[in-house]
Design a protein around this ligand. Structure first.
Ligand SMILES: [Mn+2]
Length: 358
């Protein structure tokens, strides 16, 4: 098991690579889609009026040359880029929405995966979702009033439909006023997903890239009148069996799984690590489950993180763990402090667990 740090696009700097190295990481997961760039903190509240901003198509960051520059910069700092997380909505909205540009967009996604493979990057995380990550509020809900993400279904306009020009909680064009994305049922969502997997998995396999599916965040069965794909942990079985491939894997987000109704995080970790289906892990903790939960410090949530690590160790898990999100610590560099706190905890826990006998 290795320790990694996830960096959002606006945080991809040499200084932050050094910060990752200094906090004990050996690996990085980079987000190249430009969400979270508007605010200083990264806990962004969204509702029916505010989303994660504008998404741009065909950006040069996806070229092999750009990816290779990033891998070289990481190597210079003694790190390896393990994965890239998420496509830009502007590059695949018609794949998600079954629109007229889906074939053209699919070809670009394949090119991205080929470039990722050529750059020597092992994993590509993605979230096949229409509503995306939506509805969290930025509130002082973690220990000591630390600002963190809180989801409370009872306080949200859950039925607010997704306007034309938006998907995955970002805008990709100026939409028609009063028009919304088409209503679909769960079968239709799965059939769109199956088409996507059948197109992308052979390319990923040839490129030596694992595709890592993130579960729904928040894991509601329906959100903004759209179905969700993996809002219960067993739905990962459905995704893995839908199109079989060694490249069909999971980005196992411990927080999102813990938030699911009826979930058992230890069973999920045990089952999917035994199957060698976990590409990497979002190692974070929460209190509560849908319809109300809050993201908290790694040591104060409902999950016994040491128990989780022992399961992974016993199953010989060889992937990486990243903190995903953490509450913000009250200081000048609240994001860095939050990450350093989580990583220090993880480093100590790994050292303790690695020293234990089976
Ligand atoms: Mn996650």
């Amino acid at each position: 098991m290795y320790l990694g740090l996830g960096l959002y696009k606006h945080m991809i700097t040499r200084e932050n690579f050094k910060f990752a190295k200094q906090t004990g990481c050996t690996h990085l997961i980079l987000h190249l889609a430009n969400y979270y760039s508007k605010e200083k903190g990264v806990v962004t509240a969204t509702d029916d009026k505010n989303n994660y901003g504008e998404s741009f198509a065909n950006e040069s960051i996806w070229l092999l040359e750009s990816l290779s520059k990033l891998t070289k910069m990481a190597e210079e700092e003694g790190l390896k880029i393990y994965g890239i997380e998420n496509f830009s909505p502007a590059d695949w909205y018609d794949v998600l929405l079954d629109g007229e540009k889906k074939h053209e967009q699919m070809e670009f996604l394949k090119e991205i995966i080929r470039n990722v493979g050529r750059a020597g990057i092992k994993s590509f995380g993605y979230n096949f979702s229409l509503a995306g990550v939506w509805g969290h509020k930025r509130l002082p809900v973690a220990r000591g009033g630390a600002i963190s993400a809180c989801f409370d279904a009872s306080s949200l306009p859950l039925e607010s439909r997704i306007p034309d020009g938006e998907v995955w909680n970002m805008s990709y064009k100026k939409g028609e006023k009063g028009k919304f994305i088409k209503d679909i049922d769960s079968d239709e969502l799965w059939s769109r997903y199956e088409w996507f997997l059948k197109q992308i998995l052979p390319v990923a396999q040839e490129a030596g890239v694992e595709l890592a599916l993130h579960p729904d965040d928040p894991p509601m069965s329906i959100l903004r009148k759209t179905p969700r794909l993996v809002y219960k942990q067993d739905l990962f079985d459905k995704s893995l069996n839908l199109v079989k491939s060694p490249s069909n894997k999971i980005d196992l987000c411990m927080g999102s799984i813990q938030e699911m109704e009826g979930s058992n995080i230890y069973e999920a970790l045990d089952k999917y690590s035994k199957l060698d289906k976990i590409s990497y892990i979002h190692f974070r903790n929460v209190k509560g489950k849908v319809p109300y939960y809050k993201e908290v410090f790694v040591d104060e949530g409902d999950i016994d993180m040491f128990k989780a690590l022992r399961i992974l160790k016993n199953n010989n898990f060889k992937g990486i763990l990243i903190p995903d999100h953490t509450p913000e610590l009250l200081c000048e560099s609240s994001w860095h402090a939050g990450m350093a706190y989580a990583l220090g905890y993880m480093k100590a826990a790994l050292q303790a667990i690695e020293g234990e006998k089976k």
